[in-house]
Ligand binder design. Structure first.
Ligand code: CMC
Length: 428
């Protein structure tokens, strides 16, 4: 029998059903609250609100656990690869050998973008931020692939999903190439997903490009670590946009726009800029003091998380990947890494950070790794968007396929002027 919670207010009361998931806190189902009591709930920032039911990703922020379809992120990152993770997120199970080969084949055969897209790029200024180009170009996919925008057709939904996983790396690499004034490099179907991405970003037509397997593995792992993260701001944006029936390309473009913010995906860029600004270990105390000062808006970028009140499990793997990449490239004394490690050490032992449970998040080490791989800081959030595309798409698909799905329409606590009469301009 379902348990219930009782809410009593004066002579009004409501019996609210408690719902249990497989793991994680129970939820109080308040869907009938307004109908029965005339009350709304108030939860800005959704700190206590489950916005949907989902079977894709589970996070236990207190324990530092992240599971995709039940599998711990460290096992997926150490033993699997990105396309396998994509399959898992989309279909719910790890693929068999033949399912895997079929999926890889389909993603690989969708990596090219409509040739006219390349002319679309020339409309942007060369100095545009590549995230601005991504918002525009991913949104523009809906103008090129009409045959996969009917969201009521399961086949079209799947084609759109595969297209987006396959094409976002191509669009991201094109945004980078356009930014630096180099010719676009077409995808190569004989390469893995991560290898192909590195190739499209760093190859030039005038000489062969050698792919370093250690760096390709690191790229793949970075994609896995960012693939999905439950109902974060950009995923909730995608779900909300999709709830109106908007086409999936437009919804993912909305997710990319949200991800761009420095409190979300933009944090890896901000974290690296911060490490560069700190510059040397002796300046760390000054920045720690600023982070603690209530009157200073400065925050330690790459620290803290809305859900994790423990070490972000992705940060541990990211730190290890960072060391592997620097080792492979023979970077022994990277000043940014030195500052990062010292900063992490000091913050983890500082009363302010301990008390507020502020630990390094995935973005703390990803910036140093991406810089070592050869990406400029402006590309960091773009790489996050490439990886997160599968999470957005899986969550979007789950929502569309949910028979209880309705348009998302939050309510508000209105604190503006009550009704009043219009005054002619001379009477104001
Ligand atoms: N440096 C210093 N103080 C901090 C920090 C920080 N990075 N993060 C939180 N705090 C303090 C904050 O000032 C507040 O103190 P008080 O209670 O005295 O007012 C307390 O900790 C709680 O912070 P909050 O802003 O209420 O927490 P939130 O859950 O709303 O914010 C966050 C989460 C990630 C936006 C925030 O920790 C932050 O701004 N971190 C830096 C940006 C960052 O690294 N973002 C990447 C997140 S992981 C990747 C992703 O999911 O996109």
């Amino acid at each position: 029998m379902n348990q219930s919670a009782k809410l009593a207010l004066g002579d009004k009361s409501a019996e609210l059903t408690l719902r249990s998931g497989t793991i994680g806190p129970d939820v109080v189902d308040i869907a009938s609250l307004y109908k029965n009591t005339g009350l709304f709930t108030y939860d800005p920032g959704f700190t206590s609100t489950a916005s949907c039911e989902s079977k894709i990703t589970y996070i236990d922020g207190d324990e530092g656990v992240l599971l995709h379809r039940g599998y711990p992120i460290d096992q997926l990152a150490e033993r699997g690869d990105f396309l396998e993770t994509c399959y898992l997120l989309l279909y719910g199970e790890l693929p068999t050998a033949s399912e895997r080969a079929d999926f890889v084949y389909h993603v690989t055969r969708h990596t090219m973008v409509h040739e006219q897209m390349s002319r679309f790029y020339t409309g942007f200024r060369r100095d545009a931020h590549p995230m601005a180009v991504m918002v525009g170009s991913v949104g523009a996919l809906s103008a090129f692939y009409h045959d996969s925008t009917d969201i009521t057709d399961p086949h079209q939904r799947m084609v759109a999903s595969i297209r987006m996983i396959a094409k976002t790396p191509t669009l991201a690499a094109m945004a980078y190439k356009y930014h630096i004034g180099q010719p676009f490099v077409y995808p190569r179907n004989d390469l893995s997903y991560a290898e192909n991405f590195l190739h499209m970003c760093f190859a030039v037509p005038c000489e062969p490009y050698q792919i370093n397997p250690v760096l390709a593995k690191a790229m793949d792992r970075i994609f896995i670590l960012h693939a999905d993260h439950e109902q974060n701001a950009s995923t909730s944006t995608v779900r909300l946009a999709g709830s109106s029936g908007a086409n999936p390309f437009a919804c993912i473009a909305a997710g990319i726009a949200c991800l761009w913010g420095p409190a979300h995906g933009g944090a890896n860029e901000a974290a690296l800029n911060m490490l560069a600004e700190i510059g040397s270990k002796d300046r760390i105390p000054e920045f720690i003091a600023r982070a603690k000062d209530k009157n200073d808006p400065f925050r330690l970028m790459g620290f803290g998380h809305r859900v994790y009140k423990n070490y972000d499990p992705r940060a541990k793997i990211m730190q290890q990947t960072c060391h592997e990449v620097l080792n492979e490239l023979g970077i022994k004394d990277d000043p940014l890494l030195e500052v990062a490690m010292e900063l992490e050490h000091i913050a983890l032992h500082d009363e302010y950070f301990i008390e507020k449970k502020l630990y390094p998040n995935v973005d703390f080490y990803s910036g140093i790794t991406l810089k070592a791989l050869g990406f400029p800081t402006t590309m960091f959030t773009v790489l996050f968007a490439v990886a997160r595309t599968v999470g957005w798409i899986a969550q979007w698909k789950e929502m569309i396929e949910d028979p209880h799905q309705r348009i998302g329409r939050p309510r508000q606590l209105y604190t503006g002027a009550p009704q009043r009469d219009y005054l002619s301009v001379g009477d104001r």
